[in-house]
Design a protein around this ligand. Sequence first.
Ligand code: G6P
Ligand code: 1S3
Length: 604
Amino acid sequence: MESLLSPSKRKLLIEVAWEVCNQVGGIYTVIRSKVPSMVEKWDTDYILLGPYFPQRAAVEFEPITHDDGTEIGRVVMNMRSRGLDVQYGHWLITGKPRVVLFGIASLGPAIEQVKYQLWERHQISTLGVEDLVNQVVGFGELVRIFLTELAAESAKHVDIVVHFHEWMASSGLPDLRKDNVKVATVFTTHATMLGRYLAQNESGFYGKLPFFDWKREAKHYNIEAQATIERLSAQQSHVFTTVSDVTARECEVFLGRVPDLILPNGLNIVRFTAVHEFQNLHVKFKERIHEFVMGHFFQSYSFDLEKTLYFFTSGRFEFSNKGYDITLEALARLNWKMREANMDMTVVMFMITKQPFRSINPDVLHSRALLDEIQETCKAIENQLGDKLFLNAAAGEDINLPDLNQFVDEYWRLRLRRTIQSFKTKQLPPFVTHDLVEEDDMVRFIRQVQLVNNAHDRVKVVYHPDFISSTNPLFGLDYGQFVRGCHLGVFPSYYEPWGYTPLECVVRGIPTVTSDLSGFGDFIMQIMRDYENRGIYVVNRKTQSFNEAAEQLANILFRFVRLSQRDRITQRNRVENIAEVFDWTNLRSYYDTAHDLALKRRKP
Ligand code: G6P
Ligand code: 1S3
């Protein structure tokens, strides 16, 4: 009998994900940032499969228009000849890997047959599901057809490993196993569907975890199709993995299989050769945040920007899962502690997420525009004064400094006075920057804890219900630059299989708060002892109540605001030093192990 692991055989790795050339959330970051490292090992024997959405693909996909004579190219041609929409080309990102994208609509009415088969062969019911599930099932089928044909054509001389990410890529996996298609399979779940729903809706989720009945809960939340695809993929893959030990515990309960391996998430880290470059960038982008803060707050009252610290949190709007509730509670306590201690520091906390809004609040935009005008007027006065002073100095004999007022035109003086007058207001600076479609939990909680930007508050809040992008007129910074300009990222999540946000701080040399219920926090506690000393603070949410954890977080923040500038600089250096641990060139080895194991387990 032919052995699939003959040493002479070439190996081919195929990764399948809904987020290939299609950015939705964190899985896109995993796949995309990992590509350079994968290409380094696999070179051209690395292919990615994803769904084809023309508008999204337009910016990151370049078709291969000639017959490239490869096995992948041949299968693509065969599928096309049967009327299926299969795009083949390069993903235009660092590493430029080959990708095959499937136009789901080209399955046409055959999708009904696919759904019937899912029920008939695997008892996956897709009756009355939301359209996204129909699309996912169509994608899964096209992936299945592709892999079946590829294996038939090449399995004799190539060992094929297929790595599926999340249930949205894997509805074809159970059939591949049932039909004994000659590919070794790895399935990675980046969260569990049930965990996501239950953590949000069931108080004391972790305590109840061992006792949940997956089927009953899936029915209750109307996610039977999703949960069943996820469960079967986990059970039937040769190697089953997830991103953290935290999520592994859920897998056991909801998916009925303990993951074989944990594959932690990394980033493609490019460090500056000059050690101080990231510190300089901090100052540069902090200046830009200062400009926003002046526009936003100084029309009501001012404070010393040299004694102001910028904290932020960012993520999807899952209010308690992302820990926005505990963050606001801790900030209210911090405010009290700072006032009690008579501190003259100010903390501005940015809550960054995405919620439906009509527009940016016109008052916020207006005050920003007025500040810009003040700045321009000052520049004009500065130029005029400089020119006239220079002329006077060169021509005059008086060596004493003349009265500078005489060098500024009446026009500019009046203009500056008028702009300053219209800038000043008696209203409090708004705590939300946009006109929301509906008042949400964030707004309600901010009011409840009374962090409404009173002049005497030491902690100010800016709730920005839109993700940061460079085209945003309030900051004019992209997300990475915004992170660099801040002092601390705060992410004490309650449900977070991994959580990229703290890691995105670490790689930019910005200290961060995470929690022991997030995959990242759990991992950092496993690999290093003095994480706190290095600028990674972990809130204990596993064993503490909400109140206790809020108090711990408030104390962490209080300690942080009392650090000297020198301490902050040192801490930024320390945290940036950790970045390398999370470079994919180090973390890829976990993936290598999974792929090797799958090939070993795949029996001829
Ligand atoms: C960097 C710069 C220093 C600057 C400091 C401000 O380290 O290299 O020149 O003084 O940032 O730090 P701070 O924590 O006050 O924003
Ligand atoms: C998931 O995306 P999410 O934000 O829905 O996958 C990410 C990548 O593995 C992970 O970082 C995150 O915690 C999960 O929740």
